[in-house]
Design a protein around this ligand. Structure first.
Ligand code: URA
Length: 437
């Protein structure tokens, strides 16, 4: 096979065979196809697209380019959840313990934050001693014994995607739907769970700004999941404003603990219940979503979910006493107030700007190697639709430097817009894309 011929074939709108795609991906991973040929291919794909079968073939080839987790040693139907990333998205921290407490094994790989979006690993590391660097044996043993483990992605997980993504990033070929869907799903499939539930965010703070793009991505990923033999569903959720009230690292962990104590913000709980009920139905633990929701609510009310979080933190080396005494989390030195500039309703809170303000404080990473400050963050007292009076605080900023705190005050204030018009509430879950095999 010659890469030249495959580029020509895709350039002229023809369909690549499974063998051609597999050969191309594996040869590229081994360094046998140069970047210039692969970038010609990705650009041809941008113009000609990939059909459903080609997209699945590309995903499976990338999945198979490196290590795949073998979860066969874990009893039961294993579940995983993925979010396309947002601001204030601490969903996994609450969802995973609830699902595990209900007896469904949660075997999850998570990532760190980059840019304006946060990452689950950074948040979990707010518990002193907590580690996601688990061996495959400990990962499997923890899921078997306490039904939950969250690990960092191994270095050799879908290496073809790592290489291809870096190439797409510098050749203006990131924003092609089949390439995005196969990139995300190759990593999810390599993690080996039976049930995959996806949270595709849409809005100003999301990777997919437009609702129709989020829907196309969700559909493409669900088709891939099903094609690969997994029970897969997606929900499309609003990321026009941050999720919940807390944005930062330990402040988000505290909000997740509050959620497991029955005091979670409404929008956040809605996302947790929507994703969780999908997992419970797809894994066969509940027949229907109302029943699943009730199971989750009872699990929180009786304290089992919070207890599971503590068990999980302890099993991964963390200090579980923080779960029961959140005052122990490290605090930032200074608190700054952001106050409303006029009477009226909060019309919008630009999520990306809030994420960027958190990065200014040191709570997020501009580059992969930045060290984050877990104690800083932003607490949004007022959300979209709330009435405020001029001078009333709309947000608190927790900072470890006056200069950074002052800069963040302006960023957060500029993220808010106020107006006289009452704001219609929009559902946080915009759409559900189902697919059961
Ligand atoms: N995230 C990924 O993992 N891959 C993409 O292509 C885009 C976002």
């Amino acid at each position: 096979m010659r890469m030249y011929d495959l580029i020509e074939k895709k350039k002229t709108g023809k369909v690549l065979s499974s063998e051609e795609i597999r050969w191309m991906v594996l040869s590229y991973t081994k360094g046998e196809i140069p970047d210039y040929q692969m970038s010609a291919m990705t650009m041809a794909i941008c113009f000609q697209g990939l059909n459903e079968k080609e997209t699945l073939d590309l995903t499976l080839a990338m999945r198979d380019s490196g290590d795949c987790m073998d979860l066969s040693g874990i009893q039961g139907i294993k579940a995983d959840k993925h979010s396309t990333g947002g601001v204030g998205d601490k969903t996994s921290l609450a969802l995973a313990p609830i699902i595990a407490a209900l007896g469904i094994p949660m075997a999850k790989m998570a990532g760190r934050g980059l840019g304006h979006t946060g990452g689950t690993i950074d948040k979990l590391e707010c518990f002193p001693g907590f580690t996601t660097a688990l061996s495959e044996e400990s990962f499997i043993e923890n899921v078997n014994t306490i039904k939950i483990a969250i690990a960092g992605q191994t270095a050799n997980l879908a290496p073809a995607d790592k290489k291809l993504y870096a190439l797409r990033d510098v050749t203006a070929t990131v924003d092609q739907m089949s390439l995005i869907a196969s990139s995300i799903m190759s990593k999810k499939l390599a993690c080996g769970s039976d049930v995959i539930v996806l949270d595709v965010k849409t809005g100003s703070g999301a990777f997919m700004k437009k609702r129709e793009d989020a829907k196309a991505l969700a559909e493409a990923m669900v088709r891939i999941g099903i094609g690969a033999g997994k029970k897969t569903s997606a929900i499309i959720t609003d990321m026009d404003q941050p999720l919940g009230n807390a944005v930062g690292n330990s402040i988000e962990v505290i909000e997740a603990i509050e959620a497991l104590s029955g005091r979670g913000p409404e929008d956040f709980m809605e996302v947790v219940y929507a994703l969780g009920s999908k997992i419970l139905v797809l894994s066969g633990a509940a027949r229907q979503e109302p029943e699943a929701r009730q199971m989750m609510q009872e699990c929180i009310a009786c304290g089992a979910a919070k207890q599971k979080l503590a068990e999980f933190v302890k099993a991964q080396g963390g200090d579980a006493s923080y779960v029961f005494d959140t005052d122990k989390f490290e605090k930032a030195d200074e608190t700054f107030l952001v106050c409303a500039t006029q009477d009226g309703y909060v019309q919008s809170i630009e999520a990306k700007a809030i994420g960027t303000a958190c990065m200014t404080l040191g709570g997020g990473r501009e580059t992969k190697d930045d060290v984050i400050d877990p104690a800083v963050g932003i607490y949004l007292v007022k959300k979209r639709g709330d009435f405020v009076q001029k001078g009333e605080p709309v947000a608190y900023i927790y900072a470890n430097s006056k200069e950074k705190g002052d800069a963040a005050v302006w960023q957060v204030l500029n993220a808010y817009s106020f107006g006289e018009k009452e704001v219609e509430s929009v559902p946080i879950v915009k759409e559900i894309i189902d697919g059961v095999i």
